[in-house]
Design a binder for this molecule. Structure first.
Ligand SMILES: Cc1cc2nc3c(=O)[nH]c(=O)nc-3n(C[C@H](O)[C@H](O)[C@H](O)COP(=O)(O)OP(=O)(O)OC[C@H]3O[C@@H](n4cnc5c(N)ncnc54)[C@H](O)[C@@H]3O)c2cc1C
Ligand code: SF4
Ligand code: SF4
Ligand code: SF4
Length: 404
């Protein structure tokens, strides 16, 4: 029976929950906002299936990609909606056109992130763009399995650990399955994301002075003011992307009062906390799925540094790095290349030299636990500002000590 003694030993993929024949594993949110499985001892029959499908208990060895590319989707609209060069959509469209189903991560009505599936080209737009918080997989492994068993093609996209979990869950290889992951920095806490969204909306609305704060609700319902969230808004460029929020203060039906909050990632406090690894899931500091261990068919990433290597493939609107990891990936790639995207072959090191997250996990900051303690007592933004000043204080002490 699955038992989590150390939080680093669970990436939250939910393979155990979905495989349990007694359905006796519940997911419980911890104080940091991450979900962990908890088995009901009364119902458990000790079949150990949950342990056998766990990608952390049963890790695979690392594996190198078969070929590496830089690429750009030729559809400008799609590329602007995507985080890097828009190659995810190229593969997803191919599967849909072959009568298949695509699984990915999208916002729900409360702007939390969940996995879902679509059978249409239009449905792909909800999956486009990185959402920087952990997506809830729900029962989507079992839904994907049901489609696979009918013989339909399935593209499943997600973090490397979600792909590793899916592979373990399925227990066998399916020729009609195509898996897509990405180089993964780690996933921020959904609780911190929720808190940030609430605070940034309140502060933006407060500044505008247009409506009463008592009527604020975060959601897409009739009293919702949030119309769009974009972690990778490219209006300020791909390299210097922004966090953006679209609000509509229209109070009566048909009335529209649109306002956009746009902040470069280097100034946005949620993005800074994420990039400084402050509130990642504990497993992300000891990631079980780096270096091809997920066994995905393809791995996507931002091709940071492309401007120095191949400037002809950089217009600051996004360039993807692509690893083809399997024979299946080579076949699919050959059947669609040059039609939907431009690309060129590159060396493995040209991608990973500027993207260390493919091979190594982020370091856990010393002040992570202080941050979570502080956050329990304060508003999120205050806690983040405290973290900044704390870090500045530590740096200053360090510099003074070593007379730098
Ligand atoms: C949490 C996170 C961390 C990342 N870290 C890095 C990194 O360190 N280095 C790097 O180069 N790239 C990283 N990426 C990936 C990168 O930002 C792009 O998503 C990737 O290059 C694909 O871009 P695209 O333009 O092809 O398509 P996009 O349209 O941008 O691709 C979207 C894809 O990402 C999936 N997705 C989006 N959000 C989530 C989520 N929360 N959980 C699971 N799947 C999700 C969608 O299902 C879809 O498959 C990260 C992405 C996420 C979500
Ligand atoms: S041992 Fe079997 S019954 Fe018990 S929790 Fe695990 S999968 Fe469920
Ligand atoms: S890593 Fe996945 S399978 Fe393993 S315990 Fe956590 S949720 Fe269950
Ligand atoms: S860093 Fe590793 S453990 Fe964390 S979400 Fe990404 S793949 Fe999963």
């Amino acid at each position: 029976m699955i038992k989590i003694n150390n939080k680093k030993d669970c990436c939250g993929c939910t393979a155990c929950v979905q495989r349990c024949p007694k359905q006796c594993i519940a997911l419980i949110e911890d104080t940091e906002g991450f979900l962990y499985p908890k088995a009901n001892l009364q119902l458990c029959i000790n079949c150990s299936l949950c342990e056998r499908v766990c990608p952390i208990i049963n890790p695979l060895p690392p594996r190198l990609p078969m070929s590496c590319y830089a690429g750009i989707n030729l559809d400008e609209h799609i590329r602007l909606e995507s985080s890097s060069g828009g190659l995810f959509t190229v593969f997803a469209e191919h599967i849909i056109k072959e009568g298949g189903v695509v699984f990915g991560a999208q916002f729900d009505e409360n702007w939390e992130v969940r996995h879902n599936y679509t059978e249409t080209l239009e449905g792909l737009s909800a999956f486009r763009g990185s959402k920087y918080t952990q997506s809830r997989v729900g029962d989507n492994y079992s839904k994907a399995e049901a489609f696979l068993k009918t013989g339909r093609k399935v593209l499943f996209s997600g973090t490397p650990c979600q792909i590793a979990g899916l592979k373990r869950y399925l227990k066998k290889e399916y020729e009609n399955l195509f898996t897509v992951d990405f180089i993964c920095h780690g996933v921020p806490s959904p609780k911190i994301w929720r808190a940030y969204l609430k605070e940034i909306c309140r502060k933006t609305i407060e500044r505008s002075g247009k409506i009463s704060l008592s009527s604020i609700s975060i959601g897409r319902g009739s009293v919702s003011y949030i119309k769009d969230v974009n972690f990778r808004y490219k209006i300020t460029g791909w390299k210097n992307y922004s966090f953006s929020l679209k609000l509509d203060y229209g109070m009566t039906q048909g009335e529209k009062k649109i306002e956009r909050f746009v902040e470069p990632f280097s100034e946005n406090i949620f993005m800074q906390g994420f990039l400084k690894n402050l509130y990642l899931r504990p497993s992300c500091y000891n990631c079980p799925a780096k270096k091809g261990k997920s066994r995905s068919d393809i791995t996507l990433a931002d091709f940071w540094g492309i401007q120095e290597l191949y400037p002809e493939l950089d217009d600051d609107r996004g360039t993807s790095a692509l690893f083809l990891n399997t024979y299946n990936a080579l076949v699919v790639f050959d059947s669609i290349k040059n039609d939907k995207f431009v690309c060129r072959k590159v060396l493995y090191n040209e991608i990973v030299n500027s993207n260390k997250n493919y091979e190594s996990s982020c370091k856990e900051p010393l002040y992570r636990s202080i941050f979570f303690k502080k956050y329990k007592k304060n508003e999120l933004l205050d806690s983040l500002l405290f973290e900044q000043t704390l870090k500045d204080r530590i740096t200053l002490k360090f510099k003074r000590h070593f007379k730098l």
